[in-house]
Structures are given as structure tokens and as C-alpha cells.
Design a protein around this ligand. Sequence first.
Ligand SMILES: [Zn+2]
Length: 317
Amino acid sequence: MTVVRTVLGDIDAAEMGITYSHEHLIIDGGRPVELFPDFLLNDVDAAVEELASVTALGLRTVVDAMPCDAGRNVLKLAEISRRAGVHIIAPTGLHHERYYDSLHWSRVASADEIADLLSADIDQGIDERDYGGPLVRRTPHRAGVIKVAGSLNRLSGLEEKVFEAAASAHNRTGCPILTHCEEGTAGTIQTDLLVSHGVDAGSVALSHVDKVVDRGYHRELFDRGVFVEYDQAFRWPKENHTLKLLEWAAEDGHLNQVVLGLDAARRGYWRVHGGSPGMTYLLDHFIGAMTERGLDTEVQRRLFVTNPALMYSFSQS
Ligand SMILES: [Zn+2]
């Protein structure tokens, strides 16, 4: 079987079903919330309730994208998975450096030392204390994706080290890699660095790249063999450029390299907190808009089911 590692254990990729490829079910405080109070998503009951309306529409798997020491809480993710009846892929990795203070361990650790920590989250179990350090208490819940982040149009020196560590952890464990592209940029630079360190581009997904509405940029990404993760669908004020990019990908024959998510990392996006559009958006709005543009049920199945199963499978060594 092709293995996908969820917070409650390994499953066959064929069991994933409809998948949201970049979400935030828990952001349990930390620097992201200090900077942006609306990021606070620490309530298991609220997540379970928000998810109930989406599982009613067929959602089966959610990829959580909050990595080490930035509000991750693996025990809460495991509880949500059990109570909501959805598979959750929990992350290891490091977020953008703005989410860590100036003395954070990630700034002084070597790439090898960081790779050791990420690999242990994947092989042994995520630290209950979220690598807030120095004490580590491993849970039975293992990480199934490595999340790392780059800067606008570039990778900083620190980010290059972190990407190198992610590549090393991927090479040791087979765990897939999900990246944050600042304003959608630098996807080519990120991919080239990972591939130069031995990562198969087919195990990499680049988040938020639909912020860059440039057909040539997306062709460059597709040519490298990576997945793109489009998650801006509900944010466009007028014309939906995410749909436009999907049409271009269809014309160019690259729909087998696209996965979809919401990245709804704010209380203001959750219906249970009085916000909108709610986590149902992709399945109760966007799918209809796709159908109207000729992106039919076969395409939808590819983006929500087939592609995530390929992307989030562990590579066999
Ligand atoms: Zn995110």
C-alpha cells in the first residue's frame, strides 16, 4: 500500500477521499497569535463543529499546516480527528522566521540538527510540548508532512538552512513537503533548492502560488514536476483568478499537479465564530463555480482526491 501518515496512524492513500490540502484547525497561541490575534484557533469543540458541516459534504482528510513552536498542538489535532471523524495529517517543520523570536533554537541549530528533530516527529511522534524546548515528551502521534516557509521573491540564509533540513528529513523518512510561498512568490527557487538536495519534486507542494496570476510562472512550476496548492479561491474581490489559473492548467494539461485548500487560518473565516465563508466553501460554492467553467466532476475528483493521495504519500526508499 501507499502510506499516508495521519495523526491517528498510517492509512492507505486510497482511503484519503476528499482532501483539503492546507488548513489550520489548531493555532494554540504562540507568536503568530501575538502578532495577529485573529489567528487564535485553540478550541477543539469549535473545530469539530466547523468540520461537521464539511464532512456532511464529503470531506474525509485535512492537512494541518502549522509547524513546530508556532501554535501547533498535536494532542488537540488527534482529539479533533477522533471526534470529527476526519483524517488529519499533522505537520512538522518550521514556519516563517517572523514567527520565532530572535533567540529561537532554529536560528542557532545546524541543518542536520533541525533534520534530526523533524525526522523524530515523523518517525517517533510529535513532541507534546511542540519543541518549545528544552524538554521533549513524544506523543504516539506522528507527523505526515514537513511544512517550511520562504520569503518574498527569495530564500533568506536561515530559510536555506531550514529547506536543507527539510530535504534531509524527507530523504531519511520519505515524508512529503508543503511550503509557504510568501505572496505566492519564489516557488521556482524553493523547488530548485529542494531538488538539488535530492528531493523528488513530486513530493513537494507549493502553497499560495495562486496569489501570482502569471501563466508563465505557473508553467515554470509545472515544468519542474511539483504540485501547486491553490488556496486563494474565496479571497478575490471580483474576478476569481484561482478559477482562471485552473482553466490555464487544464489547457496546458497540468491538472494532475494541482491540489486545493482554503488556508482559513483566521477566526473571521469560520462560521462557528460568526465569520465567513466557512470551511464548507470549497465544497458548497467553489465546486459549483468550477462546474460552470467546464471543470467537471472528473476534474474535481482529481484535485480533491487523486492528486492529494499522490502528493501526501510517503515516498518509498
Ligand atoms: Zn497556512
